[in-house]
Design a protein. Structure first.
Length: 193
């Protein structure tokens, strides 16, 4: 793998995100999920293991290639993948949209359309889980290619949902590559009304 993300994939771990585990536990039975910015598949592989069908989308062809290999034959039967920018992608109605540490990489001018598509693909009782980056984050406002939200902006985005988790981390820490960074992350699990 040669992309700029390759070092991240190697360093960031393979265990599923807590938001995904908590969201998946809230369903009585597996269904169909969409993983936006899936990387090498830490969340997608967990969903496949639990019997879900998953459409996994990422702009990095190498990440999708690694995910397909890791899924194994049985997982691949329930896995569809797409190399695409999430802001350009389309997907069917689904029971769960997960986007772990990926939505902020959508450019601000495309974020509204992307979020509308996420909300529109979820019917009543379906869920969104993932992370938004807050306005205190060290990378905000960045080079204009990333999207950051205040807590009240996140709450407004989630108006059509019952909030099952909205927790905020606003503290100094390290990046996956071990560099110091102030993180401002809003962790969300939300059920469509
Ligand atoms: C920080 S990684 C997160 C990967 C994985 N979800 C996780 O939790 O470790 C962000 C991922 O989003 C992908 N990505 C970045 N911008 C994207 C975009 N506009 N559309 C689709 N994927 C994108 C990157 O290729 C990368 O795999």
């Amino acid at each position: 793998m040669t992309s700029a993300w390759a070092r991240y994939y190697a360093a960031s771990g393979e265990e599923p995100r807590q938001t995904l585990l908590d969201a998946a536990d809230r369903f009585d039975a597996p269904g169909h999920a969409v993983d936006l910015g899936c990387g090498t598949g830490r969340d997608t592989l967990e969903l496949l293991d639990r019997g879900w069908r998953v459409l996994a989308i990422d702009s990095e062809p190498d990440a999708i290639g690694a995910l397909r290999e890791r899924a194994g034959e049985d997982g691949r039967r329930r896995l569809a993948t797409e190399v695409a920018r999430m802001e350009d992608a389309i997907w069917p109605e689904t029971l769960l949209v997960t986007s772990s540490y990926a939505l902020p990489f959508c450019p601000p001018e495309r974020f509204g359309g992307l979020w509308e598509r996420i909300v529109g693909s979820l019917s009543s009782g379906a869920r969104f889980c993932g992370q938004f980056f807050g306005d205190h984050d060290d990378w905000a406002p960045g080079d204009g290619d990333m999207t950051f939200q205040t807590r009240s902006e996140v709450e407004r985005l989630l108006a059509a949902f019952v909030l099952e988790r909205l927790s905020e981390v606003d503290e100094d820490g390290l990046t996956a590559l071990g560099e110091p960074k102030h993180w401002h992350v809003l962790h969300v699990i939300a059920r469509k009304r």
